[in-house]
Design a protein around this ligand. Structure first.
Ligand SMILES: Cc1cc2nc3c(=O)[nH]c(=O)nc-3n(C[C@H](O)[C@H](O)[C@H](O)COP(=O)(O)OP(=O)(O)OC[C@H]3O[C@@H](n4cnc5c(N)ncnc54)[C@H](O)[C@@H]3O)c2cc1C
Length: 464
């Protein structure tokens, strides 16, 4: 047992004098293996990830981040950056390197008159929504309130307001970022516009963002939300209905189709909705969904926006093992529907879900080269969210996920959303995520991070 533990300890030898000098500089905390809080700090949402950094810098502010970036560069340490820790690939943590942990950085300031928010990178969606909703405002957030604002914003950000207001990154007004040389830059449309462009889609590659400034919009406080539920046996018909319906609905309505098993063990297909306009318009917009087929449940009704944001989260608790595959789609072809119907009939875990998010409206009206996020012409994001508890079940669940993914790949375009990538995606799939924007990203990476200090991410490699 002792030797097993030994084998998982960090193997890198740190320069003790340098570590002490670094720790003394921090307003936050430096944690080493064995320190109180080390194991809690290295834990991420995906319990399938078990990595041991040589050092964790729990940063209290931008000065700590600057010190950490200098320290990592001087000591030639691998760097990982932790925001909310939800990345399924576990990119927030690393073995043997320096984990720059931003989770203590929690401040949020709302300016209701200017309709803007400033938030630090340890903030989670539920926390930002709570502050902005105090003024009847919100920006486009993820649909699970425990997800971090940082990673989600820097890769894209789809949520219930995407039809009306685009991706989260379309609502980013500026960011403070510590670049690989330790400089703190303010990036916006006016200042360092190239860096600002790259941050919006490939952000984890370009530095450590210490502050996000968002545009806010009047939202709610009451919106129309909920879901219509059908037995899984009707999945084929429901998905065919959904692809027609999603092609024509208004910006204020954003929808998801999901194939999943209820906590009581009943396999279902659900159409989940949020309409962020008036309740009357919402009732009209969702009427076809409610009329279709013979649903076994219909929970759609007026509810607080914060309640809509909390609807899905219970299905994604921390502590389970997870593995994802995903693809963006132009439409939902029959072949994809048939593959889904075939595979969900033998899903190996009751915690697994398949979600198809519909991204349209304001999302699609942004030019594909306006930000690093390239795929404005692909309105559906299908994610196979495999989730299970026991280590022994890993192989079976991963094989099932890959089998379904392989079955749909011939019928879908190459585009993919980088925040859905799991740990085994190769360089080709990273190119797929950025499409025609990839070469510009390589040039900017070469300028801002030529030594690839920030490489524990879905890495855009600099030119050597
Ligand atoms: C349960 C769940 C629900 C989700 N729902 C949605 C959703 O509704 N919409 C959506 O678009 N996505 C969603 N996602 C995907 C989500 O966008 C990614 O998991 C994202 O990486 C989470 O960000 P984080 O800060 O929590 O992650 P982390 O794991 O902390 O970080 C993710 C990546 O970002 C980098 N990073 C983190 N902070 C910074 C920073 N300050 N500066 C530079 N780089 C940084 C990290 O290095 C890492 O590469 C969901 C994920 C989960 C697990």
């Amino acid at each position: 047992m002792a030797s097993q533990q030994q084998a998982t300890l960090p193997t890198i030898a740190l320069d003790e004098t340098a570590v002490h000098a670094f720790a003394a500089k921090l307003r936050g905390q430096a944690l080493r293996p064995g320190d109180d809080g080390y194991d809690a700090a290295r834990r991420v949402w995906n319990a399938g990830i078990d990595m041991r950094p040589a050092l964790i810098a729990r940063c209290a502010g931008a000065a700590d981040v600057i010190a950490a970036v200098h320290f990592a560069r001087e000591q030639e340490l691998l760097v990982s950056i932790r925001g909310g820790g939800h990345n399924v690939a576990g990119l927030a943590v690393c073995d043997d390197g320096l984990m720059i942990d931003l989770s203590p950085m929690k401040s949020v300031r709302i300016d209701p008159a200017a309709r803007t928010a400033r938030a630090e990178p340890g903030v989670l969606w539920g926390e930002l929504d709570r502050e902005s909703q105090a003024f009847g405002l919100a920006t486009v957030g993820g649909v699970v309130s425990t997800t971090g604002i940082a990673g989600l914003t820097l890769g894209g950000g789809q949520g219930w307001l995407t039809g009306q207001h685009g991706l989260t990154l379309d609502n980013l007004l500026s960011a403070d970022v510590v670049t690989a040389d330790g400089a703190l830059l303010h990036a916006s449309a006016e200042e360092h516009p190239d860096l600002f462009w790259a941050l919006r889609g490939a952000g984890a590659n370009f530095g450590v963002v210490t502050s996000f400034e968002y545009r806010l919009h009047p939202v709610g406080p009451t919106v129309l939300g909920g879901m219509v539920v059908h037995p899984l046996a009707r999945a084929r018909d429901v998905l065919r209905f959904y692809r027609e319906f999603a092609a024509g609905h208004p910006d204020a309505l954003t929808t998801y189709a999901a194939l999943l098993t209820t906590p009581d063990g009943i396999p279902i297909v659900a159409l989940v909705v949020c309409h962020a306009g008036t309740i009357e318009e919402g009732e009209r917009a969702v009427a076809p969904i409610r009329r279709f087929g013979q649903p076994v449940a219909d929970t759609i009704g007026p509810m607080p926006y914060l309640a809509v944001q909390a609807t899905i989260g219970a299905g994604f608790p921390p502590g389970r093992r997870n593995y994802w595959k995903s693809t963006l789609l132009r439409e939902i072809p029959d072949e994809v529907i048939e593959a889904l119907v075939d595979f969900v009939a033998r899903v190996p875990s009751p915690f697994t879900a398949i979600a198809i998010a519909d991204t349209h409206g304001a999302y699609a009206r942004v030019a594909p080269d306006a930000t690093a996020y390239a795929h404005r012409d692909l309105p559906f994001d299908m994610v196979i969210l495999s989730s299970w508890t026991e280590q022994e079940a890993t192989e079976r669940n991963v094989a099932w996920t890959r089998g379904l993914y392989d079955a749909v790949r011939p019928f879908v375009p190459a585009g993919v959303y980088v925040n859905d990538h799991d740990r085994d995606e190769g360089q080709g799939r990273i190119r797929d995520a950025y499409g025609a924007n990839y070469e510009r990203l390589v040039a900017l990476k070469t300028r801002y991070d030529p030594a690839n200090l920030f490489r524990r991410n879905h890495n855009v490699r600099p030119t050597l």
